[in-house]
Design a protein around this ligand. Structure first.
Ligand code: SR1
Ligand code: MG
Length: 429
């Protein structure tokens, strides 16, 4: 996989990429036909990288190359190429732990920060499907298996202390990507920052309120500390619906370049936050009043099922695979021990749920007031309508962040979202 034929890093535009791929026998043969006839299209719509779809007479591949800067902003914001290697490491680990739920890795060149993967067809980015109002019946089963297995098997519940610390060390160098999260999610939306933006003027008052809300500042700072200082498991690190590809029956998780050892609730919260944002955005995508109610019902059901199924699978893994150095079996012998340990497992899940609620709130607020927004809201053309949807999401998120423990169950979260569906916020401007 090292494929280190290239010298120094260079950005591979179409011609250079064609030559490069033609020089890798496995890829050349997978594509088939003459390299000159391959179609190469740059399709990257993320914030950081180049992504090419290459198709030949026999088949297709997806090629991802990291740029030495943040694509969304430009060369003024440099970013280490090493993220491509961490992504490759994470993808390899996820493929072992959750087979079939990530794209197959075909080739990696560390020097070029380039990774080649199977072409996922006819999968689409889930966020696009949610904007269109599509439902994905297989999603709950797949995403909860992915999260339960990748998080459990990289935690101290499954690993020895030495294995776990080696794991942490393996991803510790990905700190530049963590820093993006620390700034863009946990800091900037709550202060004046050059790159912040929101639906002005309608949300001007809410944006100012965020900067003045000390309860919120305490809550987000606690979450930031947890993100920085709780290496519970190997996280995907950016598990939003733009990092998930779906068909009606299949799901693949892509893009783990933000991977590092962090708090599990950050990944689970990311999935829930993005579903909740799809829910609130939905009203803004109506073509006729109420025409997306069935979709919205499905989204809230999915929110509940994602947590409930994740928790069920995680606990099942723990009961069957308690091979880690945490909770030594020898301390929980006999019937008394078994009962106490089971109660402790339930308490662990409750703490994880509270973390998840808080992180979900943080992931919501950053998409409405920070640098990187999402198309769920952005594609609502009428800015007033968009602001109404966003304000509803913010109201829920503020409650989830400052009163996370008040949400005892995921049904509490879904219920609170449902109540806000038709709430009329007071807008500025
Ligand atoms: C500057 S990068 C902005 C965002 O894009 C990625 O998808 C992450 O969510 C990051 O925070
Ligand atoms: Mg990404």
């Amino acid at each position: 996989m090292a494929g280190d034929r290239a010298g120094d890093y260079r950005i591979l535009h179409e011609g250079a990429l064609r030559d490069y791929l033609a020089g890798v026998p496995d890829l050349k043969s997978r594509l088939g036909g003459e390299p000159a006839a391959w179609s190469i299209t740059e399709v990257g719509d993320g914030n950081l990288n180049l992504v090419f779809i290459v198709k030949g007479a026999r088949g297709g591949i997806a090629v991802k190359q990291a740029l030495p800067y943040v694509r969304l902003v430009g060369e003024s914001w440099p970013l280490p190429l090493s993220r491509a290697h961490f992504e490759y490491l994470a993808l390899s680990r996820q493929a072992q732990l959750a087979p079939g739920l990530v794209p197959a890795l075909l080739h990696h060149n560390e020097t070029l920060a380039l990774t080649v993967m199977e072409l996922l067809e006819p999968h689409i980015i889930m966020r696009k499907g949610l904007v269109a109002g599509s439902q994905y019946p297989g999603f709950v089963g797949d995403i909860t298996t992915f999260m339960a297995r990748t998080l459990f098997f990289t935690s101290d519940l499954a690993l020895s202390a030495a294995e776990k610390k080696d794991g942490i060390a393996g991803f510790a160098g990905n700190h530049a990507l963590c820093k993006i999260t620390e700034d863009l999610i946990f800091t900037d939306p709550y202060r004046i920052a050059e790159q912040n933006r929101w639906t002005a003027p309608y949300l001007d008052g809410l944006a100012a309120g965020l900067r003045d809300d000390m309860e919120l500042h305490v809550a987000i700072s606690r979450l930031k500390l947890k993100f920085m200082a709780s290496p519970e498991a190997l996280l995907h690190g950016d598990l939003h619906t733009g990092s998930i590809m779906v068909t009606e029956s299949e799901m693949r998780v892509i893009d783990p370049e933000f991977a590092f050892y962090g708090p599990m609730g950050f990944d689970v919260g990311a999935v829930l936050a993005n579903l909740l944002m799809a829910y609130f955005a939905s009203a803004g995508h109506e073509r006729a009043p109420g025409d997306r109610r069935a979709f919205e019902g499905w989204v809230l059901e999915t929110v509940e099922q994602v947590w409930n199924e994740f928790a069920r699978k995680f606990l099942e893994l723990w009961r069957a695979n308690a091979t880690g150095d945490a909770y030594p079996v020898s301390l929980f012998a006999g019937e008394k021990g078994a009962i106490r340990l089971e109660a402790e497992r339930q308490a662990y899940m409750q703490r994880l749920f509270t973390d998840t609620v808080g992180f979900a709130a943080a992931k919501t607020i950053r998409r409405i007031f920070g640098l990187a927004h999402n198309i769920d809201f952005e594609l609502i053309e009428d800015p007033r309508k968009r602001a109404v949807s966003e304000a509803r999401a913010v109201r829920l998120a503020r409650g989830m962040m400052v009163e996370a423990v008040a949400f005892r169950t995921i049904a509490d979260v879904a219920g609170a979202a449902r109540k806000l569906r038709d709430w009329r916020p007071e807008l500025s401007g």
